[in-house]
Design a protein around this ligand. Sequence first.
Ligand SMILES: Cc1cc2nc3c(=O)[nH]c(=O)nc-3n(C[C@H](O)[C@H](O)[C@H](O)COP(=O)(O)OP(=O)(O)OC[C@H]3O[C@@H](n4cnc5c(N)ncnc54)[C@H](O)[C@@H]3O)c2cc1C
Length: 293
Amino acid sequence: MKPAPFSYSRPTTLEEALADLAADPDAKVLAGGQSLVPLLSMRLAAPSALVDINAVPGLDHVRADEEGVRVGALARHAAVMADPAARRVQPLVSLALERVAHPTIRNRGTTVGSLVHADASAEMPVVLVLLGGSITAASATGTRTIEAADLYVGPLESTLRHDEIATEAFFPALPDDAGVAFDEIARRHGDYALCGVAAVVRADEAGTITSVRAGYLSVSDLPTVVDLSEAFAAGAVDEASLDAAADLALASLEPAADIHATADYRAHLARVLTKRVVRQAHDDCTARREGDA
Ligand SMILES: Cc1cc2nc3c(=O)[nH]c(=O)nc-3n(C[C@H](O)[C@H](O)[C@H](O)COP(=O)(O)OP(=O)(O)OC[C@H]3O[C@@H](n4cnc5c(N)ncnc54)[C@H](O)[C@@H]3O)c2cc1C
């Protein structure tokens, strides 16, 4: 199918892009086009105008320092994934990006575009929420920071306003006492996951667990983070604590059925992946402390 007619602008400054966006309440930002263009082609979206931000300079950065990783609106998934400093400062970002679609889509799609597209089946929104990150949103009237916890409000729905461009995402650095892991089950590598789980495990110098948090994608309507720490109150990761963590996770999740999986199957995947990923994140935490990661 062909898209419905729309007007198209390719501004060369952020101010111009914001003015174009503010001028038309039905306009949409075009970044990598890897979600928007299929929606246009299927006529699931029919904006009156596209504001293509690809010619706006200064938006394709990936910067990592001791605070965390900052990703500009035009940084492609592939560039973020391959950035060695980003991988060192916050390894969960690259670990999750390895599961985003296929290389051709990662070469074009942007990480910020994925974050604001707000798909609960996508990898990066749940990573942002789990890590307590944020996005910077610019409009013709100013700039604001939206914390990840306030960003997602419904299926494909974020609190980014129509007249705003997300210029940057911020992923906080991995603390010294933490380890991370990410895994998902998909029908084929690169497909959207039937269920995915990311985990951050923290432990003190004696190796005693102090905090375990996990994020779930493709399970509910929103990227969902569950604090599993109480399952590890005894301080160790063993079969009993992992079972308790999976129970705790399932009590907070409401796995949904769709054409790809029943709710029961999703719950089963969430259980298996919770145990697997928490164990891996704990191993990662230990390896980092011993200088092996
Ligand atoms: C076959 C296929 C498989 C895929 N598989 C996966 C997958 O497994 N996991 C996954 O996470 N993703 C997957 N994707 C989506 C891909 O990751 C996209 O890159 C991503 O969803 C959107 O980024 P984009 O830059 O392409 O955004 P676009 O398609 O250009 O835009 C998407 C939406 O975000 C808005 N937007 C984009 N950038 C901004 C901005 N800076 N400010 C304000 N609004 C903005 C647009 O207006 C639009 O509403 C897949 C895509 C395809 C085509």
